[in-house]
Design a protein around this ligand. Sequence first.
Ligand SMILES: [Fe+2]
Length: 259
Amino acid sequence: MPPLVDIHVHLLAGLDDGPKTPEDAVEMCRRMVEEGIGFAAAGAHQNDEYPDNTPDRLRAAEKELVERLRTAGIPLKTKPSAEIMVGVNTLEQFGRGELLTVGDTGRYVLVEMPHGLCVEMKWLVEEFVERGVRPILGHAERVPEVLHDPGRAEGLIQAGCLFQVSSKSITNPPSPEDGRAIKSWFKRRMVHLLGSDGHSLRRRPPVMKDAYRVVEKWVGAEEAERIGSLTGQAVLEGRPVTVPKPLPATRNWFAWLTG
Ligand SMILES: [Fe+2]
């Protein structure tokens, strides 16, 4: 297994609904190393619920985490990040420097839809791309209007959006129907990045190994490495990534029946 990259994990203690204490965060990182994760976007939420989470605050918290990992001898490389909830002011906030990019490189933003809502996001993707920034839709599979509408999903990808899928949705999808749609996204090359969306060791552990094995089975070793390791590394280092065009959907009734 290549060193995995977790592009979406909450590791900044006390800043959101992730780890409560620095010790909790360090224990999460220890677990991540056991999971084969070598590099992670250590993030916290940036939304109305956490107005104090300025980029400088997140940067400082990640710096502290790096120091603690060094002291504890945990070989996990991290970079600061944020999970930004899309709102009417997202672009203005970005323009004012109020949003932290993935890895703080200025090249990618991790965004999520407002909870329980699907907003028309294609225009926002286009605006970001015009500014030289590529949005990554966090846990894209959790938005039914995107997961079950291939046209909408393809439109976002075509506009330049990258899709991150969470490991738990791969190993334990909310429904068989969602599971089939997620598998089809992978097979059609519509998933670009993996994330654990880990919040704590108990509630949402930062695990990826089992999900990676499933992805490997679905798409083969080379494609799995691209999704689980190489693209994430490029994103965290602020390098450009090229992703394949979505393959056409197949209407294979036997595959449909057997899942
Ligand atoms: Fe998250």
